[in-house]
Write a protein that binds this ligand. Sequence first.
Ligand code: NAP
Length: 281
Amino acid sequence: MSTNSPVWFITGCSTGLGRALAAAVLDRGRRVAVTARDPRTLTDLVTGREDRALALALDVTDTGQIAAAVKEAESAFGRIDVLVNNAGYGYLAAVEEGEDDEVRALFDTNVFGVVDMTRAVLPGMRTRRSGHIVNISSLGGLAAFGATGYYHATKFAVEGLSESLAAEVAPLGIKVTIVEPAAFRTNWSGPSMRQSRTTIDDYTDTAGARRTSTLATYGKQPGDPVRAASAIIDAVGSDEPPLRLLLGKTAFDIATARLDTLRTGFDAWRDVTLSADYPED
Ligand code: NAP
């Protein structure tokens, strides 16, 4: 494990965005701890680049595995410069249809996985007064739709956590970027998607319809994971990385429309809002 190139650590590299990002970062000569629940899925990514690519078993819901993987990466490469919290998945259910075990498992991966990984790399980054934490959120971390309420709840949680983190670690030389993709052509809306085991007829036209339309996007999503990987690498490498990086035209259109909707709603209720303070002396 020689060279002095930046060291990346990426979760969820078996498929999709994580895999495309790991491949692109390795293609650019960086050193990478490439991680997946089943490390056999990483063989082709690391073969022939063993001096720069370290394949590690990592389920982000397993704090013991997190500690072991971070330790192994830091001892192999000396440090972690960029952590990408990418591992995550979706769950289709109207809010009332949500099942406790599924919802808690979703939060364990999408939220607490991010929390635990972040806490594991921060001591090293603080010591070096440098580092970059990239959290793969979603357009669904900014705007919410039927059938994916619990997924949105996890990604809104990642957004809030990341914003606080950014404020806390900026003085320590550590950057935070929240990535917000729209629909990208990965397994997200296909094999990786989980769904509630039961449905309630009253939600057929709302959550039910969105369930169907979400699953129908599989294989036809406009977003290209390879281009997304390039965009993330460019953002990380820029002099002033963004706090938020939208990916895909739909992400831009929906996020900017959301800004307008928020503004319109706030303005409409402005007088009521202002009436809630104690009168000025
Ligand atoms: P994907 O192809 O399904 O990849 C998801 C990855 O996460 C897989 O490698 C999966 O590993 C891994 N993973 C799931 N649970 C894990 C756990 N507990 N520990 C470790 N790894 C775990 O979907 P993707 O689109 O690339 O998803 C990557 C990220 O992008 C997710 O956070 C997702 O929410 C977000 N995102 C995706 C889209 C989209 O349209 N594709 C849009 C917005 C945001 P296994 O193979 O072991 O299951």
